[in-house]
Design a protein around this ligand. Structure first.
Ligand code: XIL
Length: 440
């Protein structure tokens, strides 16, 4: 074999020391705007995502101007967004814009809570928990929840059956309690969830005909987002629209039949995001799903679905990866999660770990594996500036939803899936998560 010419060696060397920083590879940063940003992004990588978004068509402009990471993930746009949306944990961390733009997240030197580790990281990252109304009756639960987290998802209280039990009649009490408690404790809230096939009231499930279903979606989103306007600016707009033959995300991925899909087809997603955007021009709007955490068939399908939305200019800001690991969902190692999150972020989207727990029931995941998964998956998200939040699905093992959910193989036993034990003491899982948040 002949040796490479000197010029090639020289350019390889220059690349090794930073050609991706300024050279417009488009990669993570250059994809800036949602939209057909690849070429635009790479051509203008110095000016960042705002440019990418604004120049990629009407649609791209919408997402580009409203999305946090859409702008923050690239060059100059990233720097701007980092200042304006710092508390969201979305800022900074651009790529492709210049040598001074951080490509990774810098951990805090030390922290005595998960929340503090998230707040002191640069850019910050939100640390969330699913909170239940029942939990808020327990002082120990409340104090751990507020000390360790700065982001709240209502576990059930903002689902359709809870908020609109009868057509056009809304019931806000339980959700308001959680939202008000969160705000008293300086926590942000993610609304969960506007459109989902599950936990629907009977009347909604039996709607039929495109007009009736569209009208119901519109009324629900308008009322719910209107009620919480000024208190909630992060929303799971559509949840779990995709199904496979197995809960692990394997086998014939396809759009899930539901009252929404059956009446409107796949366009119900675009519709829901567009209605949500009309209600709030600056809210973060997310698609959320399970068993799309690593590289598998369902994740591939959702990737193509979301990519299509981005290309059509649907105002989507990010994707939530539920990260329910262990029975009956997928198992996911850190490297696979990192590769999967990366490709979604490269669409110009935020990525979030939105419902993490790791189920030990059924003996499928060992204690050692659980620690490794917790550390490596949190680290995979933490290392990416585009990963803006990590939410755990509950506070303590005793209250985990998995304990009583049939698919989880727990049969009433503890799923041992979370970071705190029944006495609200920190577990080894907590320490591994804190390690990952501190870059250890
Ligand atoms: C779960 C709740 O934790 C349970 O209390 C309830 O009985 C069923 O729903 N994906 C989601 C969450 O998006 O809303 C689900 O929450 C868990 C799976």
């Amino acid at each position: 074999m002949r040796s490479a010419p000197l010029t090639l060696l020289l350019s390889a060397f220059l690349c090794a020391i930073g050609c991706s920083d300024g050279g417009g590879d488009g990669g993570e940063g250059g994809t800036g705007g949602a939209g057909a940003a690849g070429s635009t992004g790479s051509a203008t990588s110095g000016t960042g995502g705002a440019t990418g978004g604004a120049t990629s068509g009407t649609s791209g402009a919408t997402t580009g101007s409203t999305g946090g990471v859409t702008t923050s993930a690239s060059g100059t746009g990233g720097a701007t967004s980092s200042t304006s949306t710092g508390m969201d944990g979305t800022g900074g961390g651009g790529t492709g814009g210049g040598p001074s733009t951080p490509r990774t997240r810098t951990p805090a030197a030390s922290a005595s809570s998960l929340r503090e580790a998230g707040e002191k990281a640069n850019p910050p990252i939100l640390i969330g928990a699913a909170i239940s109304g029942g939990g808020l009756n327990d002082n120990r639960y409340k104090s751990v929840a507020a000390a360790e987290h700065n982001y709240v998802t209502a576990e059930n209280e903002m689902k359709w059956d809870a908020l609109e039990p009868n057509p056009g009649q809304f019931s806000w009490g339980a959700a308001d309690n959680i939202v008000n408690w969160a705000r008293q404790n300086n926590m942000k809230v993610k609304g969960h969830t506007l459109v989902w096939h599950n936990q629907l009231p009977g009347w909604a499930n039996s709607l039929s005909g495109a007009a009736a279903v569209e009208q119901a979606i519109r009324r629900h989103i308008e009322n719910v987002m209107g009620h919480f306007k000024d208190r909630i600016n992060h929303w799971d707009v559509v949840n779990e629209a995709v199904i496979t033959n197995s809960d692990t995300g394997v086998g014939n991925p396809r759009m899930r039949p539901s009252v929404f899909f059956n009446a409107l087809g796949e366009r119900y997603l675009d519709l829901a995001f567009q209605i949500a955007r009309e209600q709030d021009p600056t809210a973060k709007l997310y698609y959320n799903d399970y068993s799309i955490d690593a590289l598998n068939e369902k994740a591939d399908f959702v990737y193509e679905m979301v990519k299509g939305m981005v290309e059509r200019g649907v105002p989507i800001d990010g994707v939530g990866f539920q990260m329910h690991i262990g029975p009956p969902n997928n198992e996911a190692g850190g490297a696979d999660v990192a590769a999967n999150l990366r490709r979604f972020a490269d669409l110009g989207l935020e990525v979030l770990i939105s419902e993490m727990d790791i189920n030990r029931c059924g003996g499928v995941v060992t204690a050692e594996e659980q620690l490794t998964y917790y550390h490596d998956i949190v680290a995979a998200c933490f290392s990416m500036p585009e990963c803006t939040a990590i939410t755990f699905w509950g506070i303590n093992d005793g209250r985990s939803w998995l304990n009583s959910w049939s698919g989880a193989l727990c049969n009433g036993q503890s799923s041992q899936s979370l970071l705190f034990d029944d006495q609200y003491q920190k577990k080894a899982t907590y320490n591994r998560v804190l390690d990952a948040l501190l870059g250890r």
